[in-house]
Design a protein around this ligand. Structure first.
Ligand code: ZN
Ligand code: FE
Length: 258
């Protein structure tokens, strides 16, 4: 994706079975950032093909399927991850926390704590490029499983991401969208925007293409995990009087059993 006013290009790199890594390249400066390192081979191949060299590597969280390619890929790149997770991430050159401002590929980049899937999970937001790298927090029509954090913690994290500008592209860590779509439909069968989106997802997958990144505005309208405070969805679930974070907890628990 390149847009005329910005020299930034985003490349989505499929890795392992269903992971995504992302490359951000600034054509003016030549800088290249990698977000998450699931597997070295496909990422190294993409870099070689384009003649790009990594300047920065950003890690969203410590799980193997987000860091296993790092040792092979890091070279002289600056490796950035959460200070809260420094003890269980590969060695970091820069440890960051929510509120920190980075300059990556010429882009002002905000660090957001999105704990829930893990505690210490972070996201990176590049407002001028309208990109957010969310790892296993907010995903296309879904959100990460709660391995470490509480439902209340994940709901709070998702609300921060939901508040980003609607045009933000959500660059998340996995291709789980079709299964997420089946779950979302079971919960929210009358949602017209969801029905349209599910059809588009089927076509995209049938063509062998990634459904990631996805637009935040579309997520707000169709992702059930962002809609735990939506009156219509609450009513449909018979949970009108239930606090939002408890509705979120129930939605997350039913996805785990789906
Ligand atoms: Zn994970
Ligand atoms: Fe993952």
């Amino acid at each position: 994706m390149t847009n005329a006013s910005s020299p930034i290009e985003l490349v989505t790199v499929p890795c392992l079975r269903d992971n995504y890594a992302f490359l951000v390249h600034n054509h003016a400066t030549g800088d290249t950032a990698l977000i998450d390192a699931p597997e070295a081979t496909p990422i190294a191949a993409t870099l070689a093909q384009r003649g790009w060299k990594l300047t920065d590597i950003l890690l969203t969280h410590h799980h193997d399927d987000h860091v296993d390619g790092l040792a092979t890929l890091r070279g002289g790149a600056r490796v950035i991850g959460a200070s809260a997770d420094a003890h269980r991430l590969p060695p970091l050159d820069l440890a960051v926390a929510e509120g920190d401002l980075l300059h990556i590929c010429g882009q002002t980049t905000h660090v957001i704590d999105v704990s829930g899937h893990t505690v210490g999970h972070i996201a990176f937001h590049m407002p001028d490029a309208a990109l957010a790298f969310t790892g296993d927090s907010l995903m296309a029509l879904g959100c990460g499983r709660l391995f470490e954090g509480s439902p209340a913690q994940m709901w709070k994290s998702l609300l921060k991401l939901r508040a980003l500008p609607g045009e933000t592209q959500i660059c998340s860590g996995h291709e789980y969208t079709e299964s997420n779509a089946r779950f979302a439909t079971s919960l929210d069968p009358a949602n017209a925007a969801l029905k349209l989106r599910v059809r588009a997802i089927e076509q995209t997958r049938a063509a062998g293409k990634p459904t990631v990144p996805s637009g935040l505005e579309e997520e707000r309208q169709t992702n059930p995990f962002l809609r735990a405070d939506d009156a219509t969805l609450k009513a449909h679930l018979g949970l009108q009087q239930v606090p939002d974070e408890e509705v979120f907890a129930q939605i997350r628990a039913s996805k785990d059993k789906f």
